[in-house]
Structure formats: structure tokens, C-alpha cells
Design a binder for this molecule. Structure first.
Ligand SMILES: Cc1cc2nc3c(=O)[nH]c(=O)nc-3n(C[C@H](O)[C@H](O)[C@H](O)COP(=O)(O)OP(=O)(O)OC[C@H]3O[C@@H](n4cnc5c(N)ncnc54)[C@H](O)[C@@H]3O)c2cc1C
Length: 448
């Protein structure tokens, strides 16, 4: 039976969800606070490009947009590690199998692709410039304002889904007196924030450092990363503590910024002619994890960052938000379009997995900024790659999270941690430079 579904938030999760539910025959009202992003300027301070991997691609495949997303992506085959003096640049592939890598995609480009498809669907009515301020989660009803006016909006449907991001206003409805929901909510901020900068395109739109890699300048307690864009530029992100030395709160003057980069990232000073001005102009963002429950009533559901925002260090927030749509789709199949039962099963299946990726993402920050140039870590990665190359059913923790969309994040975390512990211990105790086939067989049988 067809339902009237209100979706709040036409970001990556909400628009993909609208498309899938419309394909299932439901009538969708998709409400978005911003003006149509395809017509206006980009929102500053949101990550300009994102790492897209198999979980996100599997969800895009569900609505037939995987190929078109890949057409606007750049493959990143591994992490390119940059030492402080620029003398060592090392590529650590993401996998020992040549067909396993991730993609750099523009947030704006992907959102536009989804919005174009949604705009063409007869079952979807997209309304931009509508800010939802109140959600009655027991009765699938929302109230808000038309942006820039005093015009009030009051809408009700059979079903309400909040995909309005980490600061979700629909989520507030679960906490309101009168909803009678024992709502658990927890937000943990990192001590570190981020700032986005840019390496401009080289002459003729060329890439001035390796195009097909995610670049990392690890500096133990902070780091810079860079992802390629189609126009030859790179989006560069500095992750750094707010307080302490060095810290964002100490970098207030142009001279302090330049001195910091000249000391820590001299290579980047050469590559970024607008570094200091960009630094002063661009906002500093905070990073946090949101965990909450329950995600649903009989008529309302939270999805994507609204239900489970994670820090960006596994490159999985968007992938996970899009995977939500694939899992909800399976639950609707299982319960023959009974929303309330589908929501129940969805949360049972999904919560442990989103909790797991939230924890893995925090852990991976230490790995990216501190371990990627550590000899034991490099030895471990080399063994993992040999295992992936020689044993088709072997997958490292990174591989399980990034390339194995049929394995939940919770299983990936458990298996990945056990493998990591064993391998790090092995690397600490053995010379791993010339492993024989027999050594690899032994390691493989210990790990599997
Ligand atoms: C620096 C950084 C880097 C990242 N890198 C990656 C990466 O490489 N790979 C990856 O997978 N993920 C990454 N992420 C995470 C990713 O951005 C999010 O997980 C993803 O955007 C979540 O999608 P969403 O649709 O749930 O929420 P959002 O993308 O936040 O979309 C929410 C939408 O709801 C709208 N909205 C909000 N409030 C209202 C309201 N009251 N009424 C109406 N509309 C409203 C917003 O305008 C927005 O359009 C990164 C995040 C950050 C901060």
C-alpha cells in the first residue's frame, strides 16, 4: 500500500531515501532548509569532497546511479604518506587486490546527481527553503518556516523520516515532553577540529601531486589530508586540537599560521599560494559523535547523521548514511511494507553496526595521524596486502569496513581488532622483510 512520507533533509541520505521509497510506490514530500544547492553558492565549511566506497556504491546501485556517481569520481588507490621534509613519499595501497580502492567525489556533485533524479520522479515533491522547527514524532507531523519569511508550514503524513543531519531538529521531537519516549542521547566532541584549504589546479587543470591517492601528512598529534577534485585541485583538510600548542586557538595571526605550516608542512606552503588568506577566511569546524536510541516510533524514523553522526576518519559517515537506505529497504521487503515492524527490525539490525563504525572512526584518527609512518604498522600493512593478494577470502580490518558491504560494521570491528592484535604482535617479534609462502600460510591459518 502506498503511504505519504515526509522526509526532512535533502542531503545525501534523504535524497537517496526519497528515490528508493518513491520507487517502492510511496509519495514523498522532501523538505530542505537550504535553497536548491544546484542554483546557489556552495556552503562553506562542509567537506567539499568525500571518500566514497563500496557501502555507498551498493546503495547508489539500488537506485541505478552507481555508474553515474563513478563517472564523477576519482579513484584513490591508497594513502600517500608525506614526511616532514618531503624526502619520503610512500604509497600504502588500500588493498592487496587491484580492484579494491576508494573514490573521491564532490559532495555537491553527488547531491546534485541525486536531486536531479529526484526532481524527475513523479512521486517526489521537493521543497527547498523550508526549515522544520518542530516534529510531532507520534503523529508524523512537522511545523516550520519558509526561510526568509514569516510564512508558517504545517504538514502531516503517514510517515515522517528525519534525515536532517547531525544537528537534527526532527530528533528534538523525540526528547519533547509529551512524546513519552525514554530517549537516550549522547554527543561526544573531539578535542580536535578541522579547517578546509585548497591546493589549486596546476597548469591546464593538471594535478600538482599524485592524482590517484588520498594524501596524508601525519604529524602524530595532528595531520593534514588532501583528496583530489576533477578540476585538478585538491581539497586539503587540517585536523588539529583546538587548545594546546599547536592548536587552532593559537593560530590567530597570519605570521603564526605561516610559521606553523613552514615548520610542519613546508611542502604544502609551496603548493598552496593562498594558504594564509584561506586559513584566516575559512571556518574551523568541530567534530563529534552522536549516539541515540530509540530511533523510531510507529510513524517516525531517524536515519543518517541524524541518528548516528560519526567523525570522518574512516571515510564512512556518508557511506553508512547511504547504507541505512539499503538496510531499511530490506526491512520493508521483509515486513511487506509494514512501517512499524520494518522500523523495529531496522533498529535491531543497524544500531550495533552504527555504534561500531562510530568507535572505529575515532580509533582511526590515531592510526592516520600517528601510526601510518610507524615501522610495525607498515610491516603489518605489507603482510595484510600479501594475504589479500594470495588468499581471496582474506580481508584486513580496513578491507572489511570499506570493501565488504555484506559484512556489518560490528563484525568488521570484532574480526578486525583480533587480526590487528595478532599481526602487530607478530610484527614486533619477527623479521617480516622476507616472508616465504610457508610463513604466509601459517599467518593465514592463524588469522582465519
Ligand atoms: C570534514 C568532514 C569530512 C567527511 N568526509 C567523509 C568521507 O570522506 N566519507 C564519508 O563517507 N563521509 C564523510 N563525512 C561524513 C558525511 O559528510 C556525513 O556522514 C553525511 O553528509 C551524512 O549525510 P546525511 O544526509 O545524513 O546528513 P547531511 O549531509 O548533514 O544532510 C542533512 C540535510 O538536512 C538539511 N537540514 C538540516 N536541518 C534541517 C531542518 N530543520 N529542516 C529542513 N532541512 C534541514 C541540511 O540542510 C542538509 O541538506 C565527512 C564529514 C565531515 C564533517
Amino acid at each position: 500500500m502506498s503511504s505519504n512520507v515526509i522526509i526532512c533533509g535533502a542531503g545525501l541520505c534523504g535524497t537517496l531515501l526519497a528515490l528508493r521509497l518513491a520507487e517502492r510506490g510511496h509519495r514523498i514530500t522532501l523538505l530542505e532548509k537550504r535553497e536548491d544547492p544546484r542554483k546557489g553558492a556552495l556552503v562553506a565549511g562542509r567537506s567539499i569532497n568525500l571518500a566514497l566506497s563500496d557501502r555507498g556504491l551498493a546503495a547508489l546501485d539500488l537506485i541505478g546511479l552507481k555508474k553515474r556517481a563513478l563517472d564523477i569520481s576519482i579513484p584513490m588507490l591508497g594513502r600517500m604518506i608525506h614526511s616532514i621534509d618531503g624526502s619520503i613519499t610512500r604509497l600504502l595501497p588500500y588493498s592487496g587486490r587491484p580492484d579494491e580502492f576508494i573514490q573521491s567525489i564532490s559532495r555537491h556533485g553527488l547531491n546534485a546527481l541525486l536531486l536531479d533524479a529526484a526532481g524527475e520522479h513523479a512521486n517526489i515533491d521537493i521543497q527547498f527553503g523550508i526549515s522544520i522547527q518542530h516534529a510531532d514524532v507520534r503523529h508524523a507531523r512537522v511545523a516550520g518556516l519558509k526561510m526568509g519569511t514569516t510564512e508558517k508550514i504545517d504538514l502531516s503524513g503517514d510517515i515522517l523520516i528525519g534525515t536532517d543531519g547531525a544537528g537534527s531538529d526532527v530528533r528534538q521531537g523525540f526528547m519533547q515532553i509529551g512524546s513519552n519516549i525514554r530517549f537516550n542521547y549522547r554527543q561526544d566532541w573531539l578535542d580536535h577540529g578541522y579547517k578546509e584549504l585548497e591546493i589549486p589546479a596546476g597548469p591546464g587543470g593538471t594535478w600538482s601531486i599524485e592524482k590517484n591517492a588520498l594524501h596524508i601528512w601525519p604529524r602524530h598529534s595532528f595531520m593534514v589530508i588532501a583528496l583530489p577534485n576533477l578540476d585538478g585541485s585538491f581539497t586539503v583538510t587540517l585536523f588539529l586540537a583546538f587548545d594546546g600548542q599547536p592548536g587552532f586557538n593559537q593560530l590567530n595571526q597570519k605570521e603564526e599560521v605561516l610559521d606553523f605550516f613552514q615548520t610542519q608542512f613546508p611542502e604544502l606552503v609551496q603548493l598552496m599560494p593562498n594558504l594564509v588568506d584561506d586559513f584566516m577566511l575559512h571556518p574551523t569546524g568541530a567534530l563529534g559523535t552522536v549516539k541515540c536510541s530509540p530511533w523510531h516510533t510507529d510513524q517516525t524514523l531517524l536515519m543518517g547523521d541524524a541518528a548516528h553522526a560519526v567523525v570522518p576518519f574512516y571515510g564512512q559517515g556518508m557511506n553508512c548514511a547511504m547504507e541505512d537506505v539499503r538496510i531499511l529497504d530490506q526491512c520493508l521487503d521483509l515486513h511487506n511494507e509494514n512501517w512499524s515492524e520494518a522500523f523495529n527490525t531496522y533498529q535491531l539490525l543497524r544500531k550495533k553496526n552504527t555504534d561500531a563504525i562510530a568507535d572505529l572512526a575515532v580509533e582511526n584518527y590515531t592510526e592516520m595521524r600517528d601510526h601510518v609512518d610507524n615501522p610495525n604498522f607498515i610491516a603489518k600493512r605489507q603482510i595484510e596486502m600479501q594475504l589479500e593478494k594470495n588468499y581471496p577470502d582474506y580481508a584486513s580490518k580496513y578491507n572489511l569496513v570499506t570493501f565488504c558491504e555484506d559484512i556489518g560494521y560490528a563484525d568488521a570491528k570484532e574480526r578486525g581488532h583480533a587480526q590487528d592484535d595478532w599481526l602487530l604482535d607478530y610484527c614486533a617479534k619477527n623479521d617480516t622483510r622476507n616472508l616465504t609462502a610457508a610463513d604466509l600460510d601459517k599467518i593465514y591459518s592463524e588469522l582465519m
